[in-house]
Write a protein that binds this ligand. Structure first.
Ligand SMILES: Cc1cc2nc3c(=O)[nH]c(=O)nc-3n(C[C@H](O)[C@H](O)[C@H](O)COP(=O)(O)OP(=O)(O)OC[C@H]3O[C@@H](n4cnc5c(N)ncnc54)[C@H](O)[C@@H]3O)c2cc1C
Length: 219
């Protein structure tokens, strides 16, 4: 219920709004320690919940300690809201302990809405960082199906608004080039078949300066 409000995922999207607050990091993947260090840039009050999922390396333990991140062992059983349900108030651990929080960062798994692409024969692939599923595209957004492009989060789960829009612009250029080439091929075929086509003789010599290939004066 609090997703996008006090339950967050991205320090770049939401960090400013939760600056200096007590931010919990719900351990969900090996990236959770990294997420704690990123949110630490926004607040000195960070608690990482290992949640029976995350096992920091020796190096990560040292980094978390050096940055003053509190680490809590044990599973998180539930997220708590305040009495009127209007805000997140903390989390409850499986052992019954309650930790008060003002925000909670989680590691969601993003699954691009690829239904329409499936109908065109495209199958989503796993993101290399394990954050979800998306469509494989080249640098212009072309998919493996000829004539189908994908832009934005459906093709790259990590993009924010500006690069998502920029990727749409890149794909639009590629699509326009594709359409131009298609129309050109059609027009060339028509042109070659038509009687307007210049005879090979008229094209055999280099036109004199000031003349076009078909002999008319060029103004
Ligand atoms: C909680 C949260 C907070 C965020 N905050 C920020 C932020 O502060 N700054 C920032 O830069 N980024 C932020 N982002 C990331 C940002 O939302 C995305 O990068 C951006 O929305 C990607 O744009 P998009 O057009 O690729 O996809 P979307 O915005 O998801 O748009 C895709 C659209 O296609 C529609 N659609 C899907 N399938 C079909 C279909 N078959 N037919 C018709 N329509 C269809 C969907 O309904 C949707 O409207 C945030 C993301 C989340 C989840």
């Amino acid at each position: 219920e609090r997703w996008g409000q006090e339950v967050l995922h991205c320090p770049f999207c939401h960090g400013w709004e939760v600056r200096d607050q007590h931010i919990g990091i719900l351990g969900t993947s090996p990236m959770s320690g990294h997420q704690a260090l990123l949110f630490r840039q926004w607040s000195s009050n960070i608690t990482l919940f290992l949640n029976d999922t995350v096992e920091p390396t020796e190096e990560e333990w040292e980094q978390l300690a050096a940055r003053g991140v509190t680490v809590v062992d044990g599973a998180v059983a539930r997220v708590l809201n305040d009495n009127d349900g209007g805000r997140l108030s903390g989390v409850k651990l499986a052992d019954g302990h309650v930790v008060s929080l003002e925000a909670l960062a989680v590691g969601p798994r993003f699954v691009a809405n690829t239904g329409i692409f499936s109908s065109l024969g495209l199958t989503p692939v796993q993101h290399p960082m394990g954050v979800g599923e998306h469509l494989a595209v080249d640098e212009m957004g072309a998919t493996e199906v000829d004539g189908v492009w994908a832009a934005g989060n459906v093709a790259n789960l990590m993009l924010q608004v500006l690069p998502a829009a920029a990727s749409g612009s890149m794909s639009a250029v590629a699509i326009n080039n594709h359409l131009m080439a298609e129309e050109l091929q059609q027009d060339l075929a028509d042109y070659r078949a038509s009687s307007n086509r210049p005879s090979p003789d008229s094209l055999s010599s280099v036109p004199a300066r000031g003349e076009s290939r078909i002999g008319a004066e060029v103004s």
